[in-house]
Design a protein around this ligand. Structure first.
Ligand SMILES: *Cc1c(COP(=O)(O)O)cnc(C)c1O
Length: 486
């Protein structure tokens, strides 16, 4: 496997493409482009053949793990199978070839799809109205916090604080801070749930919102959610739902019915569109009636038989993103929802819960489960005991790479020591889960017999164990991969 940089493959004069004679009259480039916009030196691009390029990037892609090549139990990230029909639909010329400024008469299809997506998401979540604009979960959260601020400001309440549980995803406090709020952390109780008494103590007229995840990041359903919503609403604060991973609830329970005022969904997690590696996301926001007037413009509306974009929302916060959202991702997620239907989504939700509980049970002899030995779509194991004989969460994660599995999420949520956060998803078979449990067993045997060898893992990957402290302190931005000679 080639580990050179594309620049190291460069041979002066080598070309991929040969252009014919240009029809533009010959002349100096300065005749066409002002001199102050031109480079002084050529850009220094790699000079390579077509096959050099194809092989280089194909080989690089094969150094990676992906859902299509490996089991990928990365908790909180929902790496489920991405049905290929989603890609076919998004590639249809009628979607892929659209221009955002085309007249309505030529874009009725995509507007209808976005309108129906709004309706489907309302039905799944119990919310009043959605915007499909945000490009990711974190941007949805930011929008949510902007709606919270607008809601309170319109009433003349310039509130200062946002509450987040200590198990929350890092983007929650980040979004609140970026929106100018002070973050107050709410401690979890011994069941890994929001502690109601602590919450009561933290509530006052300065609290703008509580951001919650349910099931929370420990994979536990917040059983006091009804009481929590009463407490939060009694102060006229907003209850925000982080629905990045709504897998376990689809067709079974709805955040709107639990009393949430704002919901964000990650289409790229729950609704099977590819993500990771920077791939495009989509983080629609659903709100109840009291927040709907502030949604960003435009909203897709149905006017008689015609679909349109509505910019006429006097109290709107304005625009969140250029145009209308990541339309390609919306098409893929819409395809997924329509393909599974109501019953299919509910079956997927139940299978995600069964798979996670099955795997939890298989791993019970190996790890501690500090909060619960039951879970929803994911669970958090603690390697605090295996650490004693040489298998930290990091060692186990790295050891799994050598055994052909992507690592679980590690060291998150922060409240679990040596956390391994595992989300098998509904799309894996029992055999895969059994193999994964066996791999963990082997790794722990290796740790007992020869811990030093495990500390070196991975040894079979293009990149072996890194010295993370040096890597962070002494950045080397241009480097060569060590070729694995084993
Ligand atoms: C992934 C995730 C987010 C952030 O979503 P992005 O699309 O990565 O911005 C927020 N909350 C939870 C619980 C998540 O899992």
């Amino acid at each position: 496997m080639s580990s050179e940089l594309i620049y190291e493959l460069s041979t002066p004069g080598r070309r991929c493409l040969h252009y014919g004679e240009t029809e533009v009259p010959a002349g100096d480039v300065e005749d066409y482009i002002p001199a102050d916009l031109l480079r002084e030196k050529p850009a220094g691009l790699a000079e390579v053949s077509k096959l050099d390029i194809v092989r280089h990037f194909t080989n690089l892609s094969r150094m990676n793990f992906s859902v299509d090549t490996h089991f990928y139990p990365l908790g909180s990230c929902t790496m489920k199978y991405n049905p290929k029909i989603n890609e076919d639909m998004a590639s249809l010329e009628g979607f892929a070839g659209l221009h955002p400024y085309q007249p309505y008469s030529t874009t009725q299809g995509v507007l209808q799809l976005m309108w129906e997506m709004d309706l489907l998401l309302r039905e799944l979540t119990g919310m009043y109205r959605f915007t499909l604009q945000p490009a990711a979960g974190a941007q949805g959260e930011l929008l949510g916090m902007m709606l919270v601020r607008t809601y309170h400001d319109k009433k003349g309440n310039h509130r200062k604080k946002v509450l987040v549980p200590d198990s929350s995803h890092g983007t929650n406090p980040a979004s609140a801070v970026v929106s100018g709020y002070d973050v107050v952390t709410i401690k979890s109780n011994e069941h890994g749930e929001v502690d109601v008494e602590t919450l009561k103590g933290a509530m006052d007229e300065d609290v703008a919102a509580l951001m919650m995840t349910n099931p929370n990041t420990l994979g536990i359903f917040e059983s006091n959610v009804r009481e929590i919503q009463k407490i939060v609403h009694s102060y006229d604060a907003v209850l925000y739902y982080d629905g990045a991973n709504m897998n376990a609830l689809l067709g079974i329970a709805r955040p709107g019915d639990m009393g949430f005022d704002i919901v964000h969904l990650n289409l790229h997690k729950t609704f099977s569109t590819p993500h990771g590696g920077g791939g495009p996301g989509s983080g629609p926001i659903g709100v109840n009636e009291k927040l709907a007037p502030f949604l960003p413009v435009p909203l897709v509306v149905k006017d008689g038989d015609e679909y349109k974009l509505d910019y006429d929302l006097p109290d709107s916060i304005g625009k969140m993103k250029n145009f209308y959202g990541q339309v390609g991702v919306i098409v893929k997620a819409y395809t997924y929802i329509r393909e599974l239907g109501k019953e299919g989504l509910e079956r997927a939700a139940k299978a995600s819960i069964i798979n996670a509980n099955y795997l939890l049970k298989k791993l019970k002899g190996f790890f501690k489960f500090p909060y619960s030995e039951r879970c929803m779509h994911e669970f958090v194991a603690s390697a605090s005991e295996t650490k004693e004989y040489g298998a930290t969460a990091l060692d186990i994660a790295k050891g799994l790479l050598d055994k052909g599995f992507h690592a679980p999420t590690t060291y998150f949520p922060l409240i679990v020591e040596e956390a391994l956060m595992i989300e098998p998803t509904e799309t894996e078979t029992k055999d895969t889960l059994d193999d994964f449990a066996k791999a963990i067993e082997k790794i722990l045997e290796q740790a007992k017999a020869d811990p030093e060898s495990l500390h070196k893992a991975p040894t079979k990957m293009p990149v072996t164990r890194m010295d993370e402290v040096s890597a962070a302190r002494n950045l080397v931005l241009r480097w060569k991969l060590e070729r694995n000679t084993e």
